[in-house]
Design a protein around this ligand. Structure first.
Ligand SMILES: [Zn+2]
Length: 225
């Protein structure tokens, strides 16, 4: 399971919003932080779901619906996306989580009969395919694999959904000199710039989180008086 434990003393709402996908979180920070309606939504949802459930909900929906968006698309829709990742599914069955029942008893009556998620190629968890848990495990496995291969955190270049797959081309029959950069000689440079930008973003994000965390704690203490 990919969900880390919530640090002691951290407000669950802060922990939930911190778990939003990296590119989205970065876009939100650039717009001034987590929108008020999203905070309100999370606090409301924490009355019906655990913080871990909400993190899984956001992660699952991101993977299923939005992970192929480009950086500019994410930036344009950041507030809305954050809300949609965390909003209740709208089903009146209390245990229903996007069509699956949280007590593992199967699919909800609101669920269309056709399967939404294609998880072909993964196996062996013993869980029903395309259950929220299964999808989450697949996401975690994909992420771990990407880290192993690319050695970098999920970022703007996150590309586990290929937007424009190139047609398969067999290798040429003759050996040829390796090309330093495939299409674009400036790609190496661009990548370096992107990496630096990401580092700056991460630094900024960490500062924002500390601030948000402190504010939430102050808030929390305020509520308890
Ligand atoms: Zn339902």
């Amino acid at each position: 399971m990919s969900t880390p434990y919530m640090p002691q003393g951290q407000h669950p709402a802060v922990w939930v919003t911190e778990g939003l996908p990296g590119p989205l979180l970065a876009a939100l920070v650039r717009r001034g932080g987590i929108p008020h309606d999203v905070r309100t939504l999370v606090l409301d949802q924490l009355g019906r779901r655990s913080a871990g459930d909400l993190r899984l909900r956001a992660e699952r929906r991101w993977f299923q619906r939005y992970s192929n968006l480009t950086g500019p698309e994410i930036a344009d829709r950041a507030d809305r996306l954050a809300y949609e990742l965390l909003a209740p599914s709208g089903c009146e069955v209390a245990l229903c989580e996007d069509g699956w029942l949280l007590d593992d008893s199967g699919s909800c009556r609101c669920r269309p009969s056709r399967s939404v998620v294609d998880t072909t190629g993964s196996e062996g968890t013993g869980r029903p395919r395309s259950s929220p848990e299964f999808v989450t495990e697949v996401v975690a496995a994909l992420r771990a694999e990407r880290r192993r291969v690319h050695g970098m955190p999920r970022g703007a270049r996150s590309g586990h959904v290929v937007k424009q797959p190139r047609p398969y081309q067999p290798a040429p029959p003759v050996l040829r000199e390796p090309e330093p950069e495939r299409d674009n000689p400036a790609a190496g440079q661009a990548e370096r710039v992107q990496r630096e930008e990401r580092d700056r973003e991460a630094q900024h994000l960490a500062e924002q989180r500390t601030k948000a965390d402190r504010a939430a704690r102050a808030n929390h203490e305020g509520e308890n008086q």
